[in-house]
Design a protein around this ligand. Structure first.
Ligand SMILES: NC(=O)c1ccc[n+]([C@@H]2O[C@H](COP(=O)([O-])OP(=O)(O)OC[C@H]3O[C@@H](n4cnc5c(N)ncnc54)[C@H](O)[C@@H]3O)[C@@H](O)[C@H]2O)c1
Length: 253
């Protein structure tokens, strides 16, 4: 799968790189030799990721922006191309997760969920396609097991992840005859800050939450990062339009 030279001389843009899976993905790609453009709304934590990447001997460009804005998405891609002169991979990892009773969801939270989880990947992909075509590159979108199963209190989040799955497959069809690959990874629960949001939900029906509790335990962040990074490399040339579940069996039944 991923070896220490898969991405030598190549450039990857990773969103959500300040924490959790995005950070692990950026570090995995850096260990495989990639130069990185890392994007996140959290500047302090993003700078920490940047220093860990620099310590691995590759170059890093830091873009601390809010991806809820289409212009910020386009500028982040443009900055990466201007700085490095190329772009080979785009990993859309950033997301927001706002569990709530659906009647309590504010318009603002609904719109933010759609903007960050669905519109941002689309705007980033749109801006990246010309470079990715030139360098036979790849897009990897991180969805969720929530894309494949209805999940209580997560109507907005699950809807965006299902839509991101379909965005991945639709783009894979549109670009079937051209040198660019689109794939998705659908993790189950991982021990990150995002997952902790569910514990703050007031008065949940716990019988509904138990339906999404992982019988075999949580998924290791690094296992998922390895798959996201692998799909970004040429070694994954046979993968196009794939959605890879890494969920410890949660979607098995
Ligand atoms: N943690 C889980 O249990 C789990 C399960 C399934 C899928 N996922 C998916 O994995 C991916 C990574 O999640 P994670 O668990 O590492 O979460 P995380 O909260 O640790 O990381 C998400 C990152 O996205 C960034 N972000 C949020 N809003 C942003 C914005 N507007 N602009 C730019 N950056 C923004 C955050 O600052 C954060 O660094 C997400 O796509 C998530 O949906 C997570």
């Amino acid at each position: 799968m991923l070896n220490p030279s898969n991405m030598n001389g190549k450039v990857a843009l990773v969103t959500g790189a300040a924490a959790g899976l995005g950070k692990a993905t950026a570090l995995t790609l850096a260990r495989a030799g990639a130069n990185l453009c890392i994007v996140d709304i959290n500047p302090e934590a993003l700078e920490q990721t940047a220093s860990e990447i620099r310590a691995l001997g590759v170059e890093v460009l830091v873009q601390a922006v809010n991806l809820a804005s289409a212009d910020n998405c386009r500028s982040a891609v443009a900055a990466a191309i201007k700085h490095f002169g190329r772009l080979d991979a785009l990993c859309n990892v950033a997301a927001v997760f706002m569990p709530t009773h659906s009647t309590e969801m504010s318009d603002e939270d609904w719109n933010t969920t759609l903007a960050v989880n669905l519109s941002a990947p689309f705007h980033l992909i749109q801006a990246a396609i010309p470079q990715l075509l030139e360098h036979h590159g790849a897009v990897v979108n991180v969805t969720s097991c929530a894309a494949h199963m209805g999940q209580a209190y997560l109507a907005a989040y699950s809807s965006t992840k299902a839509a991101l799955t379909h965005l991945t497959k639709s783009l894979a069809m549109e670009y079937m005859h051209q040198p660019i690959r689109f794939n998705a990874v659908a993790p189950g629960g991982m021990m990150t800050a995002l997952a902790a949001g569910l514990r703050e939900l007031p008065n949940p029906d716990t019988s509904l939450l138990s339906r999404i509790s992982p019988l075999r335990g949580l998924v290791e962040i690094d296992d998922v990062a390895q798959m996201v990074a692998f799909l970004a490399t040429d070694a994954a040339r046979g993968y196009h339009g794939a959605v890879i579940n890494i969920d410890n069996g949660i979607t098995a039944g």
